[in-house]
Ligand binder design. Structure first.
Ligand code: C5P
Length: 238
């Protein structure tokens, strides 16, 4: 697939798509994880508030589970910048649904469950629009990394951690390039777990932008206390 040559000079504002249609089974909670509370608000409210605070984000599209009965009860749901769409079976389907109403030439995709993302990191990522090549926030691997043998808890080999990164969000790409890449993966029966994987699969380039380590995805019960700690620390920095 040809790289997009779209530049941000033509556009200074961006849409953020938030896939929030997951059930968060690893959280062992009756409530989908984005509706668990940290401090005074749900996780998704913290996440949306962060994105709204960024001066160059002026549309937010939230993909919700078809049976979601919570989101519209939250005060933040009344925000004029927000639009909701129905999510799909997998994260990539939810993102594709969100892209249908994306108004900007470039789009940010950000997990509902990453409430601690820093505005400075979003700013670094948005600067990629000037280069014409999209990318992702990412964190360098710090542990020694092992590859297991197929279906076994036995080490096959040790990977070179110097070339390994954790993929975070937001992920930021030209909207048409991302939509085409996700559609191509869907048509090929490939379920990708992030947007960058779709770009890679279709021959595009993904730039790694090093982000802060506190941009965690709340996934396991212990992550709730960690996210609360990080949010509290961040509030003291302002
Ligand atoms: O399950 P995981 O933590 O990887 O999900 C990442 C994000 O994708 C979450 O915000 C989740 O709500 C969302 N998701 C979605 N549609 C699905 C599955 C997950 O929007 N079908």
């Amino acid at each position: 697939m040809e790289e997009s040559k779209t530049s941000s000079n033509a556009t200074s504002s961006f849409t953020a798509v938030i896939p929030a249609a997951g059930i968060g089974s690893r959280m062992q909670s009756d409530v989908p994880k984005q509706y668990l509370k940290i401090l005074d608000s749900t996780i998704i409210e913290h996440t949306i508030e962060r994105l709204i605070q960024h001066p160059r984000i002026d549309q937010i599209v939230v993909a919700l589970h078809p049976d979601d009965a919570v989101f519209n009860t939250l005060p933040i749901a009344k925000n004029d910048w927000l639009t909701c769409v129905v999510g799909g079976n997998n994260r990539c389907d939810s993102v594709l649904n969100g892209l249908q109403i994306c108004q900007s030439e470039w789009v940010l995709v950000h997990d509902a469950a990453r409430p601690c993302v820093r505005l400075a990191d979003i700013e670094k990522l948005l600067a990629l629009a000037n280069t014409g090549t999209g990318g992702i926030l990412a964190r360098k691997a710090t542990d020694t990394m092992k590859r297991a043998l197929p279906q076994r808890e036995t080490v096959d080999k040790t990977e070179d951690r110097n070339s390994l990164w954790h993929a975070l969000t937001p992920q930021f790409f030209p909207t048409v390039q991302l939509r085409d890449a996700l559609n191509a993966c869907a048509q090929g029966g490939l379920t990708v777990t992030d947007e960058a994987s779709a770009i890679e699969q279709t021959g595009g380039t993904v730039t790694l932008v090093e982000g802060a380590i506190d941009n965690i995805k709340v996934t396991l019960p212990l992550d709730l206390a960690l996210a609360e700690f990080y949010l509290t620390q961040q509030s003291k920095e302002q």
